[in-house]
Design a protein around this ligand. Structure first.
Ligand code: XMP
Length: 317
């Protein structure tokens, strides 16, 4: 019968046989799937696995540094690439959600391609594709293909003449998590909420600017930390803050303010296809709202999203 240990043993053996002394390049995101796939490849070929982690400037607060450190601690041969400015430049003046996704995806491919070309004789592209992704990409369910491909590197393998290697192709998500724990990956990675590839870029409604990213990172960090402290983080599928493209009136002392609005979203789900909003306790919401309004300059109002999917998608864009 299937056990994480037997899967790891068999997969590592067959990866060794298939790859020999070949080099593999892979993009890591801090997400569960790419991390587990990388650890398997690392067990099989060690430093012949070249991992690349791109800071697109749209990650959560401190996430790039923390995740990079975790990967280094695991012994992965990983390069962190600060590409924040390139993404901000690519996003300037764009407010349509799909146009933002395309700009982010295109910029990611440019940067990854450039980094991959610096590695001599690389033959393979490693990917964290899991079984549900395989099913979805052959279904007629068009949009889900792009929705689920965290790093949409489509076209890249052909362009670079790379063969694709996907050690998790036969696994479901819960099996991936079990394998991850058995490989020694920390809960900080395995228990992490799903986070979209375009990141905060699609949680800042309308045009993305570095200043809006800073505001949203602060608000989101306060929210996520409060969920962790209260024990809610592990009970829910996904949570995050959204920066709305409107200003609302407030008062501070005897001054009138006209500042931005942050929406909080938290959902229960099993696969992201349907979702129910989470009934977080009022006291917790009150605490989060107060903290955000007191600490995050530029925000004077917080609202909570009480919409389920369908029809409301998990992301606002
Ligand atoms: P929606 O908003 O469609 O989200 O209800 C369902 C799940 O997919 C994630 N999501 C994305 N992931 N690139 C991604 O890698 C995207 O463009 C994207 N859009 C949505 C979302 O976070 C949720 O987990």
């Amino acid at each position: 019968s299937w056990t994480p240990a037997s899967f790891i043993e068999q997969t590592v053996a067959s990866l060794k046989e298939q790859l020999g002394n070949d080099k593999v390049v892979m993009a890591l995101s801090g997400g569960v799937d790419s991390s587990v796939a990388a650890m398997l490849l690392h067990r099989a070929i060690g430093s012949n696995l070249y991992c690349i982690f791109v800071d697109n400037g749209l990650l959560r607060k401190n996430e790039f540094e923390q995740v990079l450190e975790t990967y280094r601690g695991l012994g992965l041969n990983i390069k962190g690439v600060d590409a924040k400015q390139q993404f901000y430049d690519a996003l300037r003046g764009i407010s349509d959600p799909e146009a933002k996704r395309k700009a982010i995806g295109r910029t990611f491919i440019e940067i990854f391609d450039e980094e991959a070309h610096k590695i001599q004789d690389v033959k393979w592209l490693g990917q964290g594709t899991i079984y549900p992704d395989v099913i979805e990409s052959v279904s007629v369910n068009g949009p889900s293909v792009t929705i689920k491909s965290h790093h949409n590197v489509g076209g890249l393998p052909e362009r670079m003449k790379l063969k694709v290697i996907e050690p998790l192709r036969s696994l479901f998500k819960d099996e991936v998590r079990e394998v991850g724990y058995a490989l020694g990956l920390p809960k900080a990675i395995i228990g992490r909420h799903p986070f979209p590839g375009p990141g905060l870029g699609i949680r800042i409604l309308g045009e993305v600017t570095p200043e809006k990213v800073r505001i949203l990172q602060e608000a989101d960090d306060i929210y996520i930390e409060a969920l962790r402290r209260s024990g809610w983080y592990d009970k829910i599928w996904q949570a995050g803050a959204i920066l709305l493209p409107i200003h609302s009136v407030g008062v501070m002392g005897d001054e009138r303010t006209y500042e931005q609005v942050v929406a909080l979203r938290a959902v229960h789900s099993t696969d992201g296809m349907t979702a129910d909003w989470v009934h977080l306790p009022y006291e917790l919401l009150a605490d989060i709202s107060n903290t955000i309004i007191n600490r995050v300059k530029g925000v004077n109002r917080v609202v909570y999203d009480i919409s389920s999917k369908p029809p409301a998608t998990i992301e606002w864009e």
